[in-house]
Design a protein around this ligand. Structure first.
Ligand SMILES: [Fe+2]
Length: 258
């Protein structure tokens, strides 16, 4: 059963029976590469989470990272400007999990076995586990004016996010569903067209309180630069295996420590 406190901050539609529909939603996720649960958090719940996030922000770590869209090492078989090696960048601020109070709503949402079972069923996973390290399971990401997330494929095959605060202008999530491989090989030609702005992806209209699940390792995605206001996005990060830590390199980059 849904814990009373979690129920009290969920949007109307999610309070009764909704989570039993995982199997039909799973098909949509598989086909579309994305599921958006509009107003997953109620307006009252949202205010609480926004307050928590605002209090924590002064302690966030500001990072700038550069990578290629495959988030992997430089490949000498390709020139630097090729889609394989071209440099993308991300700037943001981040609060790692160990700075989020144990009693916070975000922590309760993350730990809820009811929600976790729902995610497992949606994603056809036997189980989902938190990160072994104390930093990586829940992250609060802050994007201020000029901050952006460059084009990339994720390493993990799914990502779960909660939009806590939306900016006024910019900060738009854009993706191309399931375009990564052609005839079983990386489709560099198509990625090149994306990076050259010759084709445009699906832009998602996101609203505060929306929970989003997407298949980021086959769907290239970006978030355009924030032009006005502040965007706060929480990521709930789970692993399929117990005892996995985020790499030291990634922890150093996004949290400034390991
Ligand atoms: Fe991503």
């Amino acid at each position: 059963m849904l814990d009373f406190e979690i129920k009290s901050i969920l949007g109307e539609k999610y309070k009764n029976g909704f989570f039993e529909k995982a199997s039909s939603l799973s098909n949509i996720l598989h086909k579309e590469g994305i599921l958006v649960f509009n107003s997953f958090i109620s307006p009252v719940g949202l205010i609480k989470i926004q307050k928590e996030a605002a209090i924590l922000k002064p302690n966030s770590f500001k990072s700038s990272s550069e990578y290629n869209v495959y988030v992997s090492d430089y490949d000498d078989n390709f020139p630097p400007e090729s889609p394989r090696n071209r440099i993308m960048s991300t700037t943001k601020k981040c609060i790692p999990n160990d700075l989020i109070p144990k009693g916070s709503i975000l922590q309760k949402l993350y730990d809820s076995s009811y929600l976790k079972n729902f995610f497992c069923e949606l994603l056809s996973k036997d189980n989902l586990y938190p990160y072994e390290d104390s930093l990586s399971s829940i992250n609060i990401n802050y994007y201020d004016k000029g901050d952006a997330l460059g084009w990339h494929f994720d390493n993990s095959d799914f990502t779960i996010t909660l939009l806590v605060k939306n900016c006024i202008k910019g900060g738009i999530y854009e993706f191309f569903n399931d375009i990564r491989y052609k005839d079983g090989k990386e489709d560099y030609a198509f990625v090149e067209r994306i990076l050259n702005n010759e084709v445009y992806g699906t832009k998602v209209d996101s609203f505060e309180g929306d929970l989003m699940i997407f298949k980021g390792n086959k769907s290239i995605h970006q978030v355009t630069a924030v032009e006005e206001g502040e965007r706060i996005l929480v990521t709930f990060n789970y692993n399929e295996k117990m005892g996995v830590s985020l790499s030291e390199k990634s922890r150093k980059t996004f949290f400034g420590r390991i």
